[in-house]
Design a protein around this ligand. Structure first.
Ligand code: FAD
Length: 492
């Protein structure tokens, strides 16, 4: 496999990372990217300005030798600063201390860093080149530039990192159906801004937090930029009764709504009207494919294979994990690419399915549950159990965000832990009335110890707690490690 030529479609976050990783392992990589070079033009209108980088993404950047440089461009976020309508804002920490935080980083800044590193590793980028067609029989692709000028290129091994609207996916699907399923969320988003304080790079609100204004069926969030500004995102139903983007088509209608529903946010956005009227409404959908590859000729990763909503801040993080796994499989094995692609899908698909499900649940949690007393009671009891029995209980958000345990494991473990919390709070709805000694005893009798938190391999995770593993209820997500270890799969 070494020195094999790879044609990569899409030089976004995942494409630029996988290009660098592959080049470092000896592959000859050419990238065709539809847009102009982000290092020349900076932020692209219509794309999110910043993203939350968590442990999985950081680990991939460590593999690429870029974690420190990425962190230097980031703002630390310790937790959710929740802004209720009728009470003071309060911080809900994500982790136990500042070792468990997430990082807000500029998309274009990170993309530029990744492209620089890929070029330094020997990757050739062709910007302004959009995939127009792919002939998988003759293994040739056609590309067009912004003037419609067409060129052709040989592509014996194609990798698609061209995002949720992937053109390579469409070409592969036309050649051999991939089993594409798109589930629109019915909600959309619009990006606004809190600028830095006049004449300085100081933040107008607390910088080290992801701010949330939960309003049950909709919400706004704000994430900090290193320049002192905040990227504000309004999430709202696209259609239907008020409030929806249908009923708030322009700033004239939206101003009154914002003044009433987000009274501490609205005054911080002096360019509200201009931003609201000029920024597009983005749509959100979850994408599932039955198959991510066509034998050894073409494979998809990142959003092209499994786009998800933004509510767990994991789309890029998940795509970065894909990049590391795919590179390792292609580089380490003497098998042909078809085997590597099949193994890639076998390892990653249960995990991308699991993060898709958790992302949907997190939207409800963010916009609604964070202000719900029962949710807060579970949060508090979970924190106590995590403090008293850290090897047995870790809230799901922390499993997803601060560990490298497979997403599918985090999903199942989270469900089992949630059932336990429900059971403990059934008789004593106030977490302070729960006997913590008894709760810890029940926890230890019900769930196996957590695997080492940096286990990335499902088989390794499954093999740790042998006999007790069967106590963990399994659901519809295939969890390859358990199957191969010959363990119980419960009510899958
Ligand atoms: P993309 O970033 O979409 O890159 C695809 C690239 O392919 C682009 O550069 C595009 O120009 C190029 N391309 C497209 N078509 C063609 C073509 N025909 N030919 C050549 N090139 C092409 N994730 C997180 O981890 N944390 C977050 O906080 C977070 N917040 C988000 C907030 C919002 C509002 C949204 C919508 C998403 C968020 N995500 C977040 C998800 C994250 O943006 C994506 O998962 C990530 O960008 C996927 O990277 P990618 O490289 O696979 O796709």
């Amino acid at each position: 496999m070494t020195r094999q030529a790879i044609t990569l479609i899409g030089g976004g976050l995942v494409g630029a990372l996988v290009a660098q990783l592959l080049a470092k392992r000896g592959f000859s990589v050419e990238v065709f990217e539809k847009r102009p070079d982000p290092r020349r033009i900076g932020h692209i209108r219509g794309r999110t300005i910043n993203l939350a980088l968590a442990e999985r993404g950081l680990q991939a950047l460590r593999t690429a030798g870029l974690a420190e440089r990425a962190l230097q461009k980031s703002v630390m976020m310790r937790g959710r600063m929740v802004h209720p309508l009728d009470a003071d804002p309060g911080l809900q920490r994500y982790g136990v201390d500042d070792n468990e935080v997430i990082w807000s980083i500029s998309r274009s800044g990170l993309n530029s860093l990744l492209i620089d590193a890929a070029e330094a590793a020997g990757v050739t980028f062709h910007f302004g080149q959009s995939l127009a067609a792919a002939d998988l029989d003759s293994q040739r692709i056609a590309l067009t530039d912004e003037h419609g000028v067409r060129r052709e290129h040989n592509a014996s091994l194609l990798i698609g990192a061209d995002g949720a609207g992937s053109a390579l996916r469409a070409a592969m699907n036309a050649y051999q159906p991939l089993g594409i399923c798109v589930e629109p969320l019915g909600h959309g988003y619009k990006e606004l801004e809190i600028p830095a304080m006049a004449g300085s790079e100081r933040f107008a609100i607390e910088p080290h937090a992801l701010h949330i204004w939960p309003r049950a069926s909709y919400m706004s969030i704000a994430t900090p930029n290193i320049s002192g500004s905040f990227n504000v995102t309004l999430f709202l139903p696209l259609h239907g009764p008020h409030p929806s983007f249908d009923t708030l088509p322009d700033a004239a209608a939206a101003s009154a709504f914002f003044r009433q529903e987000f009274p501490d946010l609205y005054p911080q956005m002096p360019r509200f009207a201009e931003d609201y009227d000029s920024h597009p409404v983005g749509t959100i959908a979850t994408l599932y494919l039955d198959s991510w590859h066509i034998d050894g000729r073409a494979v998809l990763l990142g959003d092209a294979a499994h786009a998800i909503g933004p509510f767990h801040g994991q789309g890029m993080n998940c795509g970065f994990e894909d990049a590391v796994v795919l590179t390792d499989l292609l580089a380490a094995s003497k098998r042909d690419a078809a085997d590597a692609f099949e193994e890639f899908q076998r390892i990653r698909k249960p995990n991308s399915d699991a993060i898709a499900a958790m992302t949907q649940e997190n939207y409800i949690e963010m916009r609604d549950s964070v202000a719900d007393p029962h949710y807060l009671a579970k949060l508090e009891l979970g924190k106590q159990l995590a403090r008293l029995a850290p090897r047995y209980f870790m809230p799901r958000y922390r499993l997803v965000t601060f560990t490298l345990l497979p997403y599918a494991y985090a999903y199942e473990r989270g469900r089992a832990q949630d059932q336990l919390l429900e059971q403990l709070l059934r008789d004593a709805p106030n977490p302070h009335d729960v006997s913590l000694d008894a709760a810890v005893a029940t926890l230890k009798a019900t769930l196996p110890r957590l695997p080492p938190l940096r286990s990335v391999d499902a088989a390794e995770v499954a093999l740790r707690p042998t006999t007790q593993e069967q106590k963990l209820p399994m659901s519809r997500f295939a969890y390859p490690g358990l199957a191969s270890a010959g363990q119980a799969r419960g009510n899958q």
